[in-house]
Ligand binder design. Structure first.
Ligand code: FAD
Length: 509
């Protein structure tokens, strides 16, 4: 019997385990399917695209997507202590304050505003550039704000946007997001820092009141009446029943709803089809799924050699409104500069060093899909349908984003770098042709959220305190509770969610 059972040692779960076990009187058990990450490539920032598909990636796949030319998308998810922070691209972006206004409206709680979250963002961070009112200086996660390491191509990209009237921002974490900045990265001494590196330090792991059960699969929740009493787990071939005073689910946007469904919570029809008796009708579990896509990409053959990146190949993002004259408020599109000739599968790209790519995308897409189990056991592959590009809003803004990428690509600032546009190629100009190209070029930005959405309505999966509606003694703390996607990469928000939950828990107990 443990006081707190944290299921899932990903980005959120590691923070919870470290923060909650700081009280020696509180016994915390952290359960994770993967083990300690030992692949040395994980630490090498430039290797991040090549980690996918390795043993510590769950490697989920979507259904064929009508919005992306019938393609199936691989969804990487980390399976190791630190979860997806072992695989991610290390960008640290908070998004725009208006993203969090949407969370306030959805949850009915002012506690989810950007300003209310600011102490929690700051508490996670140790910026290389130092602390101020907006940036943390002594948190566990190092945030590198690149300066002299920035690639010359990327300097010209940022200069070019300035010449076109876009603001130059310090980073993507302040109150304004429209503008261009170097990507702040979760890197220290040239190496990736995962959430496990930052929070599950040797000192934390040595605490007698923290038990880490790695290599352990969580199959089902143990539910007695309406009370969640623990979880059924297998480890090294043995079945374990873990009983707990309180249970926190941190299995991520895919893992958390799947576990709830295997435990008999969800849409009765879907559960019946999967062979699971429905114990609690909660149809919203697994719905509302949102993700960012990026067009990969607006690809150029270079006029001169493009040296390798000294950081992570994607070095700068420029967030913008659809109307370029609007340079304040919430962005709608993004254009990124990648110091490598990156392209979606199905396209030929020049060799490394001979080209580069401008990625483009929509910051707050409105397409929403769903996921669900297909069988009662953990090994049954889930059905994942993100419903990519199903709204005219998303398709229209994607065209705007591609045209905006071309604008900087063909601007004087990049003239010295460009021999020719390879993708989509000069002939692709009309809306229909752009749509057809985008459908083939879109790849996941790896930010699925909202399958256990937080909300003030009775149908929502969790309330504003992240307590599961309809059950006692269960909280969900991970990316699945995000009610609507933030404008940028979501990891900063996930860390702040876990930090806020831990802070409130400690104060109230
Ligand atoms: P996770 O970190 O995925 O943790 C869930 C944990 O639960 C995992 O360790 C998993 O193994 C475990 N688990 C799941 N099911 C079970 C089970 N049944 N039994 C036991 N354990 C289980 N975000 C950014 O902000 N910036 C980026 O640059 C960025 N790039 C990304 C690139 C890639 C390739 C990927 C995959 C993600 C990226 N993200 C990025 C997104 C970000 O990493 C995730 O949103 C975030 O890590 C999610 O945290 P989480 O705690 O919700 O889930």
């Amino acid at each position: 019997l443990t006081d707190i059972l944290v299921l899932g040692a990903g980005s959120a779960g590691c923070i919870l385990a470290a923060r909650l076990s700081a009280d020696p009187a509180c016994h915390v058990t952290l359960v994770e399917a993967g083990t300690k990450a030992t692949d040395p490539d994980i630490a090498r920032p430039e290797m991040w695209p090549f980690l996918q598909g390795r043993a510590y990636d769950w490697d989920f796949t979507t259904t064929p997507q009508p919005g992306t030319a019938g393609r199936i998308h691989h969804w990487a998810r980390g399976k190791a202590l630190g979860g997806s922070s072992n695989l991610h691209a290390m960008f640290h972006v908070r998004g725009h304050p208006a993203d969090y206004d949407d969370w306030v409206a959805a949850s009915g709680s002012a506690g989810w505003s950007y300003d209310a979250l600011l102490p929690h963002f700051r508490a996670t961070e140790a910026w290389s550039s130092g602390a101020d009112d907006l940036h943390g200086g002594s948190g566990p996660m190092p945030i590198l704000l690149p300066d002299e390491q920035t690639h010359p191509l990327v300097r010209d990209f940022m200069r070019g946007w300035g010449a076109l009237g876009m603001p130059r921002l310090r980073d993507h974490c302040g109150r304004e997001l429209i503008g261009t900045a170097p990507n702040a990265l979760m890197i220290r001494d040239g190496k990736r820092v995962s959430v496990a590196d930052a929070w599950l330090t040797p000192e934390v792991l040595a605490r007698p009141n923290l038990t880490v059960l790695d290599g352990a699969q969580v199959h089902r929740l143990r539910i007695e009446g309406r009370r969640v009493a623990g979880a059924e787990v297998t480890r090294a071939g043995a079945s374990l029943l873990l009983e707990a005073g309180r249970v926190i689910l941190s299995l991520g946007t895919i893992g958390s709803p799947l576990l709830l469904m295997r435990s008999g919570l969800g849409d009765p029809e879907l559960l019946r089809a999967a062979g699971v008796p429905c114990r609690f009708k909660r149809p919203e579990i697994g719905r509302n799924l949102q993700d960012h896509l990026l067009g990969a990409g607006n690809l150029y053959r270079a006029r001169k050699p493009v040296a390798p990146s000294r950081l992570q190949i994607s070095e700068s993002l420029s967030y913008q409104a659809a109307d370029p004259a609007r340079i304040t408020g919430r962005p709608e599109i993004v254009v990124g500069c990648v110091v490598a000739p990156t392209a979606a599968e199905g396209f030929a790209a020049p060799p490394p060093g001979e080209g580069f790519t401008l990625l483009f995308g929509v910051t707050n897409p409105t397409s929403r899909g769903q996921l669900h189990i297909t069988g009662p056991e953990i090994g049954a592959p889930p059905m994942i349908d993100p419903a990519y590009l199903q709204t005219e809003h998303d398709r229209r803004l994607f065209r705007v984003a591609l045209r905006r990428a071309r604008e900087i690509g063909h601007s004087p600032a990049l003239a010295d770098w460009i021999a020719a546009e390879v993708l989509p190629g000069p002939k692709v100009q009309e809306d229909a042709a752009l749509d057809a190209f985008i459908a083939r070029a879109a790849i996941t930005h790896h930010h699925p959220v909202a399958t256990c959405r937080m909300g003030k309505d009775d149908a929502a999966v969790v309330d504003a305190d992240l307590a599961m509606r309809g059950l006692d003694n269960l909280w969900i703390v991970d990316a699945s509770v995000i009610p609507s996607i933030t404008a940028g990469p979501i990891h900063a928000a996930v860390m702040a969610i876990a930090e806020k939950f831990a802070d409130r828990y400690i104060r109230s107990s």
